[in-house]
Ligand binder design. Structure first.
Ligand SMILES: [Zn+2]
Length: 200
């Protein structure tokens, strides 16, 4: 046990559950919260609650959204003919930096039999529906076994459709998550994407 009051310990413990936050940083953040003025903390606490209460998922692409459709899906300047398929909404944030101007489809995970995640756990039915009216599907899953399995599964089920299916070029580190790829490499891999099916 340390000498800190239990309430402060509780806040520190909560911070350690965040990615990339170790004990030392959590300790500093906890003390910072304690020293902050009331209104700043109330605003912070409310922002956290709003994040959980107001943000849901886009009914079209499953991106984060505060309304039925996300900002990308309602943007008329986006090319709705090209759909970029990714694992998580956080991938969209990275892919947006490449200058990509099509739309997205978030799977909500990758196929991983070892973890008990099959295609039925992912947003694949809605993708099949959307693919009917699109001209190209860019599969932007990780260059990992799960990413490859998912890409293969999608290209197989859409095989009979008149749609071009591409994958990000292999400048990506094998086994690596998109999160750790630098912007220049990701931009290059989306521009040099490779075709994975035979439809012209
Ligand atoms: Zn959307």
């Amino acid at each position: 046990m340390n000498s800190l009051p239990p309430t402060l310990n509780k806040v520190i413990k909560a911070f350690t559950s965040f990615p990339g936050i170790g004990n030392k940083t959590a300790h500093r953040l906890g003390l910072h919260v304690l020293k902050s003025n009331d209104s700043a903390i109330e605003e912070f606490a409310q922002a956290l609650l709003d994040l959980k209460n107001k943000i849901s998922t886009c009914q079209v692409c499953h991106n984060f959204s505060e309304s039925d459709k996300c900002n990308i899906c309602i943007d008329e300047k986006r090319d709705k003919d090209i759909i970029c398929v990714c694992e998580e909404p956080s991938n969209i944030f990275l892919l947006e930096k490449t200058g990509y101007r099509g739309v997205y489809h978030v799977l909500g995970g990758l196929i991983s039999p070892l973890d008990g995640i099959g295609p039925e756990e992912l947003n694949i039915n809605s993708l099949t529906d959307r693919a009917k009216s699109a001209s190209e599907l860019i599969i932007a899953t990780d260059a990992s076994v799960e990413g490859d399995t998912t890409a293969l599964y999608i290209s197989n089920i859409l095989n009979s459709m008149e749609i071009k299916i591409t994958r990000l070029a292999r400048g990506l580190p094998v086994g690596g998550h998109l999160e750790y790829v630098d912007e220049a490499t990701l931009t290059k891999s989306i521009h040099e994407r490779v075709k994975v099916n035979s439809v012209v």
